[in-house]
Design a protein around this ligand. Structure first.
Ligand code: DGP
Length: 114
């Protein structure tokens, strides 16, 4: 998608602070971190929201979680613990319409989230 911020990162038109990359997944630091570690894990293929997941693209969700686990291990937050969140649509606060898994850690997490 030409007008998608995260697709521009995948295409190399915008250079985020990348912490993990493979053939299907890119992970980079959030520009507005909400925790000492705050990384966004995205599929390289454009998927606007989790409502657009289907049997053909669902495999990428597992890849996102595997990448998130690697990010957490590399950041040293795997053992103390970390939170993974994917917001869907305005009611949940989604602001970028290319699915992304937030990986947050390095501080205590409260529940329920706001
Ligand atoms: P969400 O609200 O769940 O759609 O999260 C979108 C996140 O994207 C938000 O935490 C801030 C982050 N973000 C927005 N623009 C940029 C950017 O240009 N670079 C980076 N690294 N992160 C961005």
């Amino acid at each position: 998608m030409t007008d998608c911020l995260f697709c521009k990162m995948v295409a190399g038109e915008i250079q985020p602070d990348v912490v993990y990359e493979d053939s299907e997944v890119l992970a980079f630091r959030d520009v507005n971190p909400q925790a000492p570690t705050h990384v966004l894990v995205i599929p390289k293929a454009h998927i606007s929201t989790t409502n657009d997941l289907d049997a053909d693209n669902a495999h990428i969700v597992g890849k996102l979680y595997l990448a998130a686990k690697q990010v957490a291990m590399d950041a040293g937050i795997a053992e103390p613990g970390y939170r993974m969140v994917m917001n869907c649509n305005p009611g949940a606060g989604q602001s970028v319409y290319h699915i992304h898994l937030h990986v947050l850690g390095g501080r205590p997490m409260t529940w329920p989230p706001g």
